[in-house]
Design a binder for this molecule. Sequence first.
Ligand SMILES: Nc1ncnc2c1ncn2[C@@H]1O[C@H](COP(=O)(O)OP(=O)(O)OP(=O)(O)O)[C@@H](O)[C@H]1O
Length: 204
Amino acid sequence: MSFDIDVKRTVGGRSIALSCSTESPLVALVGPSGVGKTSVLDMVAGIASPDRGRIAVAGQTLFDSDAGIDIPAAQRQAGYVFQDRRLFPHMRVRANLAYGRRAATTMNMDDVLAFLGIGHLLDRWPHSLSGGEAQRVAIGRALLSGPRFLLLDEPLSSLDRDRKADILDAIDQIRGRSPIPILYVTHDIGEAERLSALVVTMRE
Ligand SMILES: Nc1ncnc2c1ncn2[C@@H]1O[C@H](COP(=O)(O)OP(=O)(O)OP(=O)(O)O)[C@@H](O)[C@H]1O
């Protein structure tokens, strides 16, 4: 099972729930704004706790309220690419990529630089990057951290059509090189279809 998730959480008076058990290595989470997609990624990453439920990824239980299991975020080894990218502004791209890097990853630095096309950006500061460049650096940093799974929160938001195509190609490349499960939040069902993802719809 790549993702086995059954969680409930109330945030700001709103009830967020998701139930999804699948073998699919790529799951696209879709649904209206505010339904709780980012909250689900936060729960899988371990930076928010469900009120109750169970989360297992790639066969490992990360959270189980009945069994009293709640693996700390740092031990879950999520490669999380946030909606707002969140590069460290005081570090050049090289240092951003090196942050949290683990030696034993399926992809080394040269691999990641080449297939994401970011080698020429190493000495740049985050504020000087375009949206698409910053997004590719954020994805590269997540990959180099040796993740057991990837959480991508609307990685194509605010990019133009060409840059969107670049990032979709990059995600295809990741899937070809590394078998880790990917949970991908999007508003655009067309993106999910382009990636042949299993689509899971969250409803209010
Ligand atoms: N810290 C918080 N305090 C109060 N309410 C919050 C907080 N964080 C999120 N919420 C609320 O929880 C709900 C789910 O938010 P979330 O960001 O998970 O939704 P989303 O589906 O990812 O939305 P979008 O598609 O707009 O990014 C929203 O109603 C939001 O206002």
